[in-house]
Design a protein. Structure first.
Length: 420
């Protein structure tokens, strides 16, 4: 009887231990399951045609004809003039309104956006309104620089000055924003235990035409005006464009309409397209007691020891947010910099205070020394059209970060005979 009782106790204890271990294992599995974050964007509903949106007569130039119901689609009525006026933006509804505002003929506007060509894209470089140039990346591969020709640039500058610059950007976006710079981008990360750097891949090319249309729509523009403004601010590379080093995939991101790197409107539109990304990453960083800034495609996070210990959880979550916001992360350029290393953010050393890297200072000092000794022409290897202004700007940058070093460089700069 005693042995039977002891055996029963042992069985109960084994079952209890198995149950507890299974519970712990279940909790462990639940802890290991990745957290799924919910995007801020609402699911888009299909646009329905109302009776007012279709007319028998052509409402304006280049209105789209539809067959069911038969007539012309009028997309000039669904804007918000109240919102446009509150933001101080020009009220535009039709292609003629856009053309008049830009001081163009409406046919000239259609020509600028390749309205009559298949896919509204140029077939050759000669017919394109951009000059294309491949530029090698430091990390490998090439990016396409698309510089608008004069008439396109003039239209884009007008859009930038009178529309895009009047729209506020996220406070954590520091690239190409008046009053902000690489220094303001670096300051929140000074003296931190760890700095995490992520890089967005093909930042400009990943902002596609429909996304730019949505940006203009969000400002209050009717769909028709938003489409024409977006066409002016995007580019599609001709399929005949040569690609570097036989890299057939290099051209693929640029064939559809996208933000061209080299257009004056692209930085502002890229910042606005990343607004939701900035909101979510800034909130994620705060929940981990970390700081966040973005300079163009460079994402920087920093914090103290608790943030360092949570990086295994934080990094996948940050990358998930980036993917959900329709951007990509270049995993090869991800960096984790601890305080026993040189922590550099957009060219600014942030270990103890904003500073210039010693190697950069020594390099500039050597250039100025050689300018005084051999003449500035001997040092202008990149053929800068105004080499004196270029070097003066670099000296001013150093002085902004380190006044003592800047004063030494300025003394050398003033000894240069710029007539040589």
């Amino acid at each position: 009887m005693t042995y039977a009782f002891l055996a029963l106790v042992v069985v109960v204890l084994v079952l209890l231990a198995t149950s507890l271990s299974g519970s712990k294992a279940g909790e462990s599995r639940r802890r290991r399951e990745p957290v799924r974050l919910v995007p801020l964007r609402r699911r888009r509903q299909p646009r329905r045609l109302s009776a007012r949106a279709v007319t028998e007569q052509k409402p304006y130039a280049f209105a789209r004809r539809i067959t069911s119901p038969s007539g012309y689609l009028d997309d000039s009525r669904d804007g918000s003039e109240t919102k446009l006026r509150s933001l101080g933006l020009p009220v535009l509804r039709t292609p003629a309104d856009v053309a008049d505002w830009l001081e163009l003929r409406v046919g000239q506007l259609a020509w600028l956006v390749h309205f009559d060509l298949p896919g509204q894209a140029p077939t050759t470089e000669r017919t394109a309104h951009y000059v294309f140039r491949w530029k090698a990346k430091r990390s490998g591969g090439h990016r396409l620089i698309e510089s608008p020709k004069p008439l396109t640039r003039r239209a884009q500058v007008r859009i930038l000055d009178e529309i895009l610059r009047r729209v506020p950007t996220h406070p954590d976006a520091h690239g190409f924003v008046p009053g902000r710079s690489i220094v303001t981008n670096a300051r929140p990360h000074v003296g931190r235990r760890v700095v995490l750097k992520l890089d967005l891949e093909n930042f400009y090319a990943s902002v596609r035409f429909n996304r730019v249309v949505a940006l203009f729509r969000s400002l209050g523009y009717a769909r028709e005006a938003a489409v024409w403004l977006a066409r002016l601010c995007t580019s599609a590379a001709p399929s005949s464009l040569r690609f570097p080093d036989n890299q057939t995939d290099a051209l693929r991101p640029y064939l559809g309409r996208h933000l061209p790197q080299g257009a004056p409107t692209s930085p502002a539109l890229a910042n606005l397209s990343a607004f939701s990304l900035d909101v979510r990453l800034a909130g994620l960083a705060r929940s981990f007691h970390a700081n966040y800034t973005r300079y163009a495609d460079d994402l920087t996070f920093s914090g103290d020891r608790p943030f360092l210990l949570s990086l295994r959880t934080f990094v996948p979550l940050a990358q998930q947010v980036v993917r959900q916001e329709r951007f990509g992360v270049n995993r090869r350029k991800r960096k984790v910099l601890r305080d026993n290393q040189r922590q550099q953010v957009t060219g600014v050393v942030v270990n103890e205070h904003p500073n210039v890297a010693r190697a950069d200072y020594d390099r500039l000092k050597a250039i100025l020394h050689n300018c005084t000794k051999h003449g500035p022409a001997s040092q202008n290897r990149d053929a800068h059209p105004d080499f004196a202004a270029h070097l003066r700007g670099r000296v001013a940058h150093v002085a902004q970060l380190n006044p003592r070093r800047g004063a030494k460089l300025l003394a050398l700069y003033e000894q240069v005979d710029w007539r040589r």
